[in-house]
Design a protein around this ligand. Structure first.
Ligand code: AMP
Length: 114
């Protein structure tokens, strides 16, 4: 069950500020408030999706594809497409997901540990 008052829903609605990297009518990319790498950006679709499975199962393939293609575009914008990067999406209790709105962590800008 999607919680419309989660922090990323509030960021999408403009109720909480964020340091924006890219936005259009379908998605928003912004810097993580507690970066775990030199570049740490969060990618979120504007659909009401709790996690990865919710997003891919309950949206048209075109919506899903569009979102992943936007990640490609932002990797270029951040200038980390060629140097390498890591995409991570946490889900649920064992995944240690903090914010229950599907998001992908984009990490890069340096040689990542672990
Ligand atoms: P997760 O554990 O995968 O749910 O990650 C949630 C991420 O959201 C964490 O890396 C937090 O640092 C980040 N975060 C929480 N609140 C904000 C915020 N207001 N602006 C930017 N990032 C945030």
């Amino acid at each position: 069950m999607y919680d419309k008052n989660n922090i990323f829903a509030k960021i999408i609605r403009g109720e909480i500020p964020c340091k924006k990297v890219f936005e259009d009518e379908t998605c928003l990319f912004f810097y993580d408030i507690k970066p775990k790498a030199k570049i740490h950006v969060l990618a979120i679709p504007k659909t009401q999706s709790v996690d990865y499975c919710d997003f891919v199962s309950n949206n048209d393939a075109s919506v899903v594809l569009e979102f992943f293609k936007k990640i490609d575009l932002v990797l270029e914008k951040l200038k980390i497409k060629n140097s390498g990067y890591r995409l991570v999406s946490n889900s649920g209790l064992n995944g240690m997901q903090e914010v229950p709105h599907f998001h992908i962590h984009i990490l890069g800008g340096e040689r990542l540990k672990f």
